[in-house]
Design a protein around this ligand. Structure first.
Ligand SMILES: NC(=O)c1ccc[n+]([C@@H]2O[C@H](COP(=O)([O-])OP(=O)(O)OC[C@H]3O[C@@H](n4cnc5c(N)ncnc54)[C@H](OP(=O)(O)O)[C@@H]3O)[C@@H](O)[C@H]2O)c1
Length: 275
């Protein structure tokens, strides 16, 4: 089916290969949209029937372990399987494709690689969500292949909308920024753990410490979302010579900024070795 054909249809048929956390995030996001572009969502894995039953009981989707039979009846195929599964999946898909739009959320599986594995002219797109997709608050970066047109973009943005915010970047930028949008949540969770431990040291229960720190972080995020620069917000809290300044000084002496940047570079260095 060509993209002109897609444009004429009101709704598209989505096949999701992989039935894990990311498949669930996208599916639940799509089903929570007021208007869906998809008439059907078919979710597949290889063998975990129990997982599929759970999926089908929670969401209004069809499920199967035989995704190969569903390819010809799909307009859009979302690969939500591990990166390592992609070589095989793309090979299997290759012989069956008839101009379907192919998307992946797998780390490192970029459009250049997908296009090299799929028939010439196949429209492909690489979406890099983060774990907050599970609560529809992902900051997703994405990049499209050479054969993606306006109709495909409409579908891609519909999917992106369902899991949060998004930004289109070059392929190289998606690789480079995955450390920040994808991995840096782990850095923030580490900071969270440290602050919770400090709160507990002052006699708070685990629950109290978790609530206090979580609310402090979500309040800080809300302040950042006013588009006030981070440095200005920091200045507002940090009276020169005051108590907060004493704390900030400790972080500056430890060169926190440098350490965090090193963490970003180490993440990318490691990712380059894998892919
Ligand atoms: N979780 C995140 O926060 C996150 C963020 C960004 C990107 N991603 C990407 O999203 C993808 C899925 O991650 P996830 O966290 O959802 O993983 P997950 O929960 O482990 O789920 C992976 C799913 O893929 C299926 N699968 C594995 N090999 C397959 C194959 N050869 N053919 C078909 N299905 C296969 C698995 O079921 P069977 O083994 O039964 O087939 C399972 O349903 C990964 O590529 C990951 O890089 C995840």
């Amino acid at each position: 089916m060509d993209s002109e054909g897609l444009d004429d249809m009101e709704k598209y048929r989505l096949l999701v290969i992989g039935a894990g956390r990311m498949a669930e995030a996208v599916t639940s996001g799509l089903l929570s949209q007021e208007e869906s572009l998809f008439s059907t969502i078919l979710v597949a894995n290889r063998s975990d029937q129990k997982r599929l039953e759970t999926f089908a009981s929670k969401y209004d989707v069809e499920v199967t372990t035989d995704w190969k039979s569903a390819v010809s009846n799909s307009d859009v195929i979302l690969l939500a399987a591990p990166p390592k599964a992609h070589e095989h999946l793309l090979h299997e898909l290759s012989s069956q494709l008839d101009e379907q739009l192919i998307l992946t959320v797998a780390a490192g599986i970029d459009p250049t690689y997908m296009e090299s594995q799929l028939p010439d002219g196949t429209p492909v797109c690489w979406l890099m969500p983060n774990t907050a997709a599970l609560v529809q608050k992902s900051m997703t970066t994405y990049t499209c292949g050479r054969h993606v047109d306006q109709t495909h973009r409409k579908i891609i943005e519909h999917i992106l909308d369902s899991i949060g915010d998004y930004e289109e970047l070059t392929e190289q930028q998606v690789h480079d920024l995955t450390a920040i949008t994808g991995s840096a949540p782990a850095f923030l969770y580490l900071v969270t753990e440290a602050l919770e431990e400090a709160a507990q040291a002052y006699g708070l229960t685990d629950e109290q410490a978790q609530r206090l720190v979580t609310k402090m972080i979500s309040g800080s995020a809300a302040m950042l979302e006013t588009n006030t620069p981070a440095v200005e917000l920091r200045d507002q809290v940090t009276t020169p010579g005051g108590s907060t300044a004493a704390g900030v000084e400790v972080l500056e002496q430890s060169d926190l900024k440098k350490v965090l940047k090193q963490a970003v570079y180490a993440t990318n260095e490691h990712a380059r070795k894998i892919h």
